[in-house]
Design a protein around this ligand. Sequence first.
Ligand code: MN
Length: 418
Amino acid sequence: MIKANDQNIKTWIEVPENSDFSIQNIPFGIAKVDNEVFVATRIGDTVINLYKVARLGHFNVAKEVFASCRLNDFMLLGKQATRDVRDEISAIFNATNELAKNKMELQEALMDISEVEMLMPVEVGDYTDFYSSEQHAYNVGCMFRDPNNALLPNWKYIPVGYHGRASSIVVSGTPLYRPKGQQKPKDDEPPVFGPCKLLDFELEMAFITYEGKAIGDSISTDEADDHIFGMCLFNDWSARDIQKWEYVPLGPFLAKNFGSSVSPWIVTLDALEPYRTEGSIQDPKVFDYLKCDGDKNIDIKLQVAIQPENTEETIVSNSNYKFMYWNMNQQLAHHTINGCNIKAGDMMASGTISGNDESAYGSMLEISWKGTKSVAMADGTERKFIADNDTVIMRGHAEKDGIRVGFGEVSTKVLPTK
Ligand code: MN
């Protein structure tokens, strides 16, 4: 039983209705106010400077980890220590804790979210992107190959993935330039060079790891939970025209590495435990090292909106993280079965998450079905892919029994080619 997950806990901090940041959430992020950078959590719209809280002697770990500009030092403490910190935060802000509420030094650690700039939460050492939603893999297979053989023969045996670029992962609010590169729009003509014309988002979630094991060792599906710190929203920006020309034979390269965007708050796997749900039936049977006990999928409602400049947004997708065929435990077990080591702060993205229904597709490639269908925007314009100065916003939250644990959003504006 994780103490901070107790549904009966109320907090003395005001929490707006439908806030993603209930007292049962207690995510971690990196905040900046004036020139001070610190590890923070959030309850409602209140951001809490955990370095100030640590200096009051509240946590059983070195206070310096909370003065860091990255969560990596905190994650290096391991699962039990970070769980204890989250439990202690829950106790401090519990509505029954009159002593804390009236403590002036603690009040000085609180500020409104509007006063804060959120920074990249993690120094990402290595980034891996999986391809674990069956509907997404099926849709792409239908479009580019053959509806009768949409899934490649390896797909139900291997959680397919590739190593991506860590340096260009940016936090929500950071604009990205439309990439340029080689494309081959016509089969019977030579390639052309120019700005990407088919710029796309990919609705994904990512998990962030604790320190793993030495090279040569593996993490089993049973052990995986102890190596996963938490999750964030992840937009795996994709240049479809560049991708189509370059991906053979080694996979995605410049079509993906110009940028990926993440939400600033890392919601712990602990906070998501109450929202576990059963996964897909896996047929054919998976290899022993990929077998899992218990419910390993998580019910997280996901949404994508496109907001053209100076106008209102239009929601283009409503999906759910529970649609994953391969779960995080299987992804991590597969990633390490060959002896590959993982480090604290590695980021592993799910792959585009598409549901069975058209309204749950997780990319414009699928929503516009390769550009054959337009999507109407609220301002009267239409989209097949993402236009310059559009902002793409992804949101996600889990909710059960009136308790909501969410991620806020990852919002990214696309600027014209530089
Ligand atoms: Mn992807």
